[in-house]
Design a protein around this ligand. Structure first.
Ligand code: 9MR
Length: 357
């Protein structure tokens, strides 16, 4: 019996006992997965390579999601640190975990301004085009049978402005680098759903409305040129105390995409708390609302292809930027389970959103 079969045969309670935790700390056994499967809804989480070696962390994924997104393992920085030298070990382990547990895998990400130094040092169009093509072809082809959706271009716009980023790809190939990336990915896997992933598209503010308008223009151009874009990714990293969802304008955005035959995907849903104390008059909305509302609006107004949270448990999760924000209300980004692996109300919000589908 291999380790996985052995672990699968051990009741969860026993795993907790073995890991020195009390039964009271166990998450509820009926996680979100059964609900999502029942609704044929793709519900996922970002995962780190080390999570699959930890029986408690991995059980949280098994209980809750039918899709995983490797958080960092498929980024250019991880897969092709040196030109033409590819390494896939950690990504392969996550894909194997998904296969064993009958989960889908969402690929993040092919073309992003955060590249290895050798890529950003490229100085001409032909060299960057060849590097892009080799990278996309190699990575997408390798996972053709195991990854069915890709963030092809990630964060093409400035964080707080509606302008295209001056990344190395755009510097040498012009705005057309976006279309080229999608065409290259489609050539490598014609069946994959190809996604344009961006920040702040779900939030209130005039600048973010301008970002929505800019993304719509890009998608319109892609569709007009018959470039195969399946969805726009709404990252949905919420900063309670600073920003909140704009149901009306986000809804209109999702509906406009739907009219063009393009879906939406909630790709990186989580909350941070370093802004909580910034606005004393701000009443933070409960996490159930933050996590639930964005899925509900996308499902009601757009063609929602799935939703992914950017981490399952704060116990194994990423540090928030507390150090740079004195007085921050917490140290970890808010996920579905807290630092003791106790469920948060974010789970209830997601549950309600999926139940209503
Ligand atoms: O959560 C990711 C963190 O572990 C990485 O260090 C960082 C840089 O690669 O990226 C984080 O994930 C980001 C994602 O790739 C793109 N959207 C914003 C995410 C959160 O910062």
């Amino acid at each position: 019996m291999n380790r996985r079969r052995f672990l699968a045969s051990v009741p969860l309670a026993l795993l907790y006992a073995r890991a020195g935790q009390t039964l009271a700390q166990m998450p509820p056994s009926a996680g979100l997965r059964a609900l999502a499967d029942g609704k044929s809804f793709r519900f996922g989480s970002a995962i780190d390579a080390e999570d699959v070696n930890n029986p408690i962390a991995s059980q949280l994924y098994i209980d809750n999601v039918n899709s995983i997104t490797p958080r960092n393992e498929l980024k250019w920085n991880a897969t092709e640190k040196r030109p033409g030298v590819f390494s896939f070990g950690p990504a392969d382990r996550l894909v194997a975990f998904a296969r064993k547990n009958n989960m889908r895998v969402y690929g993040h990400t092919l073309v992003w301004y955060r590249t290895p130094d050798w890529v950003s040092a490229i100085t001409d169009a032909e060299t960057i085009r060849v590097a892009m093509n080799r990278h996309i072809k190699q990575v997408v082809t390798r996972y053709k049978r195991s990854i069915d959706a890709w963030d092809v271009v990630n964060e093409p716009l400035e964080y707080d402005a509606p302008d295209l980023r001056n990344c190395v790809f755009r510097r040498h190939l012009g705005d057309d680098y976006i279309r080229m990336s999608f065409d290259m990915a489609h050539e490598a896997d014609p069946d994959a759903m190809l996604v344009l992933n961006e920040t702040h598209l779900e939030k209130k503010s005039d600048v973010f409305e301008q970002k929505r308008a800019r993304i719509l223009k890009i998608v319109e151009d892609l569709v007009a040129r018959k470039t195969p874009i399946g969805a726009v990714g709404l990252q949905s990293h919420f900063r309670p105390g600073l920003d909140r969802i704009d149901p009306e304008r986000m809804g209109r955005f999702c509906a406009t995409l739907k009219d063009m035959g393009v879906g939406v995907f909630i790709t990186e849903l989580d909350a941070s708390c370093h802004f909580l104390n910034r606005d004393q008059s701000f009443t933070p909305v409960p996490y159930a609302e933050i996590f639930g509302d964005v899925i509900t609006v996308a499902a009601e107004r757009g063609d929602l292809k799935g939703a992914t949270v950017w981490g399952m448990s704060e116990k194994y999760g990423e540090l928030d930027e507390k150090d740079t924000h004195p007085g921050a209300a917490c140290t970890k980004r808010v996920n579905l389970y807290d630092e003791n692996n106790d469920p948060r109300s974010s789970i209830d919000g997601i549950k309600r959103a999926i139940e209503a589908m």
